[in-house]
Design a protein around this ligand. Structure first.
Ligand code: PMV
Length: 334
């Protein structure tokens, strides 16, 4: 069954889509197959309603090559080529050969250090496939998005989403385990650095195999996935907090012990980590997780949100706090 709502496009060959970013409680780090982006393990995340990408794709016979406009500016050549390679996959699926113009914009501040590849490739998958005349199921859209950026496959379904590792291209896709309304969680993102990271996740995944700790993380990831899934289904915050921080620490241990090592944390990252642990000891239900960057996603139930945001804003090194709640699936827009 597909949750994707297909609405007729007002302009032939053109479609617009909006997709949420997501934050993983159990992380995706490392691939079994880099070409197909088959992950080393399953992962589990929550879509973030207020951190979205809106993308317009137009296949146009007048264009000689693909164009990419990012947040109103022509994109760097490397980004254009990555999008162009992705569009070629869509063209092959649809049996067309036209070049396309892609206009993509994030609604969150650029340079805030918030990863945008998940929302970007989810929105691109839906907009490009619809513009090319394809009507893909949610599963096939998720598989397509996975080829652009692994975590993007989790931004196709809505709410709380699991990406099953699968055995091959056909069965490695994400599905919703609970809708956004299931649990009123808050992600209070503490921005501690606005610097552009030096090693992006695409370049980072291949390094996972060089860490002696990678196998140790993978040995327990299925049990952690099971705990996380159960914590979400039962809305058990303490259980979610424990497994989320454990897997975050394990992933960053793998990153720090790969060759070359990837150390994404900045001083402000540790400031927030210690503060959150202290608040929890004092009885405030809260936990943290970090992706391939220094900013800290501080998770709590919505009832604790204003207190958590106020406390984060008082910490040294916290430049800003962005707040997001569970978000819905990728959708077509006008
Ligand atoms: O989808 P990618 O290639 O940007 O990788 C995402 C990796 C992490 O954000 C660190 C973890 C995750 O599961 O989102």
């Amino acid at each position: 069954m597909s949750n994707v709502k297909h609405i007729p496009s007002p302009v032939p060959g053109q479609a617009t889509a909006v997709a949420c970013s997501n934050i993983a409680f159990i992380k995706y780090w490392g691939n079994r197959d880099h070409r197909l982006r088959l992950p080393a393990s399953g992962s589990l995340s929550m879509n973030l309603d207020s951190l979205t990408t809106r993308t317009v794709v137009r296949f146009d016979p007048a264009l000689e090559h693909d164009e990419l406009i990012l947040n109103g500016e022509p994109a760097a050549e490397a980004a254009r080529q990555r999008v162009s390679a992705f569009l070629t996959r869509v063209r092959q699926l649809a049996g067309i050969s036209l070049a396309a113009r892609v206009e993509s914009a994030n609604n969150f501040p650029m340079g805030a250090g918030i990863a945008s590849s998940a929302s970007a490739f989810a929105a691109l998958s839906l907009a490009a496939s619809a513009a090319a005349g394809l009507r893909l199921t949610e599963r096939d859209l998720s598989r397509l998005a996975r080829r652009g950026s692994g975590s993007a496959c989790r931004s196709i379904p809505g709410g709380f989403v699991e990406w099953q590792a699968g055995e091959n291209d056909a069965d490695s896709y994400a599905f919703s385990i609970a809708p956004a309304e299931h649990w009123e969680l808050s992600d209070c993102v503490a921005i501690v650095s606005r610097a552009h990271k030096t090693t992006g996740s695409s370049a980072g995944h291949p390094l996972a195999d060089s860490s002696p700790l990678h196998a140790a993380r993978l040995a327990q990831v299925n049990e952690n996935l099971r705990r996380c899934r159960q914590a979400i289904l039962e809305r058990d915050f303490d259980a979610l907090a424990a497994v989320t921080e454990t897997d975050c620490h394990l992933m960053h241990a793998v990153m720090m012990t790969s060759s070359p090592p990837l150390i994404y944390w900045q001083p402000g990252t540790l400031t927030v980590m210690h503060a959150v642990q202290q608040w929890r000891r004092q009885g405030l239900p809260v936990c943290y997780t970090m992706d391939a960057g220094p900013n800290v996603h501080v998770i709590c139930e919505v009832g604790a949100e204003s207190q958590v945001v106020a406390r984060l804003r008082e910490l040294p090194n916290v430049l800003d706090v962005l707040v997001a709640h569970p978000g819905g699936p990728a959708r077509l827009a006008r």
